[in-house]
Design a protein around this ligand. Structure first.
Ligand code: UD1
Ligand code: CA
Length: 462
């Protein structure tokens, strides 16, 4: 068991190569921001031991993770990775930690075990710094690792400062951006970093040369050639990483016993849970904390996020977010379930029906063209085509309650707050503004009048 390790996450950069107005660490991979992967991987670390350096779009980053217990360090001007770490340093020293791991926030994979092994190596060997290195066929864009003959690291040369001729050829071993620092040994060196390089930045990697010059040891631990530890800097790198992860996740679900037809067109987020025995047809996208139970069948072209699906049927082209669907229920095609939609056992939501913050109890049916918002719809209620719950008066939202076995005729407007009693029948085309008692018949529309037309005289011929 390793001694306590702190973490500094570098997430202040703009990500110029991404050409986006949002900070790079908020770019999504399978519907989840890059930095979210890092936070989840470090969920076992006490929040007081993780410092996240933010700067570009800092308020956006804070807002994206507002629900988490995090501590941020603000780097107002992004003067480089070395500058970012030096801003967090006083807090690290004050925490009393002996070792701290620094990670690039643009690298979603965190090799927690290897980081701990690296920290142990630093402790055992008394190294001032340790780093995980990658062996890449194409090292373009990465800092190249130059080693002493004894294998310890001499320096890292950044892409823009690297000249292959000077180093006798290309170097395929690169810096992964995962480091461990011995706090005591490195403290004196941070102030010695300068901006004397091709990008005019304080490079964190300069600390390696500073260690070597001071006679301190830097351990380089190879992590192989894995794609996993690659940083994400450009749209191409983002989609390459996303596709590799997507394929791995789909393969994992198939192995576990989920039937994924057309798996190459199915996108499943990393936190989605699918029980063996569920069946999904691509193309479709499933994100967030969605949970799908055994026996659920999802047809093609559905988009689902943060939903809980029992053994139900979701038909094509349905859009489902923050909803729950019970056993034996049927949803779609072309249904839209918004947050708070709770579709009970054997209930049915058909085409062009939108449900928001509303419960349909067992056996309730809304087959066609309806909006059901802020409502409680009792068991075995029948909602006719074109029914609208008018839940918003321009200022506030109000609830509609339709009790069990009520029958709502087509094209009815239910002006909330309103209650339709159990077993009541509402005539088609009604505008219901008052409560309807149990078992009553409500007709709230202009009475039809048929007027006999007088015979018109023939037009005179001209
Ligand atoms: C960095 C390393 C490089 C390594 C590569 C691995 C340096 C100087 N270079 O290069 O050796 O091979 O990662 O992926 O560190 N950031 C800040 N503040 C800043 C600048 C950057 O917080 O002032 C953050 C960024 O948001 C990003 C991380 O630091 O998450 C790395 O910055 P980036 O510009 O992507 O560095 P690379 O050029 O990829
Ligand atoms: Ca990077």
């Amino acid at each position: 068991m390793s001694a306590t390790l702190g973490y500094v996450l570098l997430a202040a950069g703009k990500g110029t190569r991404m050409h986006s107005d949002s900070p790079k660490v908020l770019q999504a991979v399978l519907g989840k921001p890059l930095l979210g992967y890092v936070f989840d991987a470090l969920a076992h670390v006490p929040p007081g031991l993780v410092w996240t350096v933010i700067g570009f779009g800092a308020h956006e980053v804070r807002a994206a993770f507002a629900a988490r217990d995090l501590q941020f360090v603000l780097q107002e001007e992004q003067l480089g990775t070395g500058h970012a770490v030096s801003l967090a340093w006083p807090e690290i020293v004050a925490s009393g930690l002996t070792h701290v791991c620094v990670l690039n926030g643009d690298t979603p994979y965190v090799p927690v075990q290897e980081v701990e092994a690296l920290a142990d190596l630093c402790r055992d060997e008394g190294a001032a710094m340790g780093m995980l290195t990658l062996e890449l066929e194409n090292p373009f864009g990465y800092g190249r690792v130059v080693r002493f003959p004894d294998g310890t690291v001499l320096r890292v040369v950044e892409e823009k400062d690297f000249d292959a001729v000077e180093y006798g050829g290309e170097i395929n071993e690169v810096n992964s951006g995962v480091y461990v620092f011995d706090v005591a040994q490195c403290s004196g060196l941070l102030a010695k970093m300068d901006r004397d390089n091709a990008q005019g930045e304080f490079y964190l990697t300069q600390l390696i040369s500073l260690c070597a010059e001071a006679g301190l040891c830097v351990a380089g631990m190879p992590f192989g050639s894995s794609e996993l530890l690659r940083g994400i800097n450009s749209p191409q790198e983002l989609v390459d990483f996303e596709e590799a992860l997507r394929a791995r996740i789909v393969a994992g679900h198939l192995r576990s016993g989920v039937i994924l037809r057309g798996g190459s067109s199915i996108v499943i987020g990393p936190d989605v849970e699918i029980a063996p025995g569920a069946e999904i047809v691509g193309p479709c996208e499933i994100y967030g904390r969605t949970r799908i139970e055994r026996g659920a069948r999802i047809s093609s072209h559905c988009w689902i996020r943060d939903a809980v699906l029992g053994p139900c049927q979701v038909k094509s082209f349905s859009h489902i977010e923050g909803a729950r669907i019970g056993e034996g229920a049927s949803v779609g095609p072309y249904a839209r379930l918004r947050p708070g939609a709770d579709i009970g056992r054997k209930a049915r939501v058909g085409n062009f029906v939108e449900v928001k913050n509303a419960t349909l109890h067992e056996g309730a049916k809304a087959g066609h063209l309806s909006y059901l918002g802020d409502s409680d719809i009792g068991a075995d209620v029948n909602i006719g085509a074109g029914t609208i719950t008018c839940n918003y008066d321009g200022v506030r939202k109000h609830r509609t309650e339709i009790r069990e076995k009520a029958f709502i005729g087509s094209n009815t407007a239910l002006v909330a707050p309103v209650v339709v009693g159990a077993g009541a029948v509402v005539g088609a085309g009604s505008v219901v503004t008052k409560d309807v008692p149990d078992a009553a018949l409500c007709v709230a529309r202009a009475r039809q009048t048929n007027i006999e037309r007088r015979k018109r005289q023939e037009k005179p011929q001209s």
